[in-house]
Design a protein around this ligand. Structure first.
Ligand SMILES: C[S@@+](CC[C@H](N)C(=O)[O-])C[C@H]1O[C@@H](n2cnc3c(N)ncnc32)[C@H](O)[C@@H]1O
Length: 292
């Protein structure tokens, strides 16, 4: 049931897109002084040692954050503090990675809750859900001393409604399942529908895979159909289709109620990421945004 371990995939191109969007969305929302709740329904372990057996076996990070790390323009941007031609949203993400790897050699990839915690203010609540016992324990120990933080070994789809609406009426919710179970596709839609009934003005970020399967191709259309208000859908394609029909070709980030400025930041970052991370000519970025 819980065969999926994010440690195998941490720092891959899908994580790069997800974390670039997450960080920029948070930065934009935190420009206002009112408290903001952060909810992560599938939080993972918090951080991932890239030298460990799991990360090394597939070394997916070498196609993602590792590939960016090796670029001269990126190293310049990180050392000089000037972005140059590297988009600001990408530099901000890589600075957050650098904070965990202060000597400059890439050993640790941050997960979504750790990235979020790096930006949130001390009193902004965090509500984290993670089912896997080992990842849950790691997450719990990372956040044991953070105020206003709950870490629960519970089903994030089912529990999302229990933390909405937040007292401050401002929240960013990340829904980031692995989609190893087919049910995840329908559960994303059902939990989002439910969440919107309780809290329509939240900012919801949904990560989804771009695979050859019909289920994955349908999800973006269904998310758009479900959205009552403004949305943004960013897709980063990085790998060619495989002959066996399996494997990730890319991934998408669907954002409901995107903060002002987010689509523009992605219009700048997306094409650069497609060029930097595309394999065998497969790099492509697409962004659709809708404001009612
Ligand atoms: C893609 S990973 C999360 C990565 C993390 N959000 C990040 O960006 O660093 C998905 C995680 O969800 C966990 N998981 C699977 N089903 C779950 C469920 N129903 N509720 C909560 N966590 C679940 C898995 O154990 C896995 O750690």
């Amino acid at each position: 049931m819980l065969a999926y371990r994010h440690a195998f995939h941490a720092g891959n191109p899908a994580d790069v897109l997800k974390h670039v969007v997450l960080l920029r969305a948070l930065q934009l929302l935190l420009a206002k002084p009112k408290p903001l709740s952060y909810v992560d329904t599938h939080a993972g372990a918090g951080s991932y040692q890239l030298g460990e057996r799991m990360s090394q076996r597939l070394a997916e990070y070498m196609d993602g954050v590792g590939r960016l790390w090796q670029r001269e323009d990126v190293q310049h941007a990180l050392l000089d503090g000037t972005a140059g031609r590297v988009p600001e949203a990408v530099v901000d993400y890589l600075r957050a990675v650098l904070a965990l790897n202060p000597d400059g050699s890439l050993r640790v990839a941050p997960g979504s809750p750790l990235l979020a915690a790096g930006l949130l203010r001390a009193d902004d609540p965090m509500r984290l859900f993670e089912l896997h016992p080992a990842d849950f324990r790691a997450l719990q120990s990372t956040f044991a001393r953070r105020r206003q933080t709950t870490v629960r070994q519970a089903d994030g789809f089912a529990e999302l409604r229990s933390v909405l609406p937040p007292a401050s009426r401002r929240a960013l919710v990340l829904i980031d399942p692995s989609y190893e179970l087919d049910a995840d596709y329908t559960r994303v839609l059902a939990s989002l529908r439910d969440a919107l009934e309780r809290f329509a003005t939240g900012v919801y970020l949904v990560w989804y895979p771009l695979l050859q399967s019909l289920e994955s191709q349908r999800l973006s259309r269904r998310l758009r159909a479900l959205a009552p208000g403004a949305w943004m859908d960013a897709q980063l394609w990085t790998a060619p289709p495989r002959a066996d029909g399996f494997g990730l070709m890319g991934s998408g980030m669907f954002v409901l109620n995107p903060p002002f400025g987010l689509p523009q930041a992605l219009r700048e970052a997306g094409p650069w990421l497609a060029e930097a991370l595309g394999q065998e000519g497969a790099g492509r970025f697409a962004l659709d945004a809708h404001t009612p």
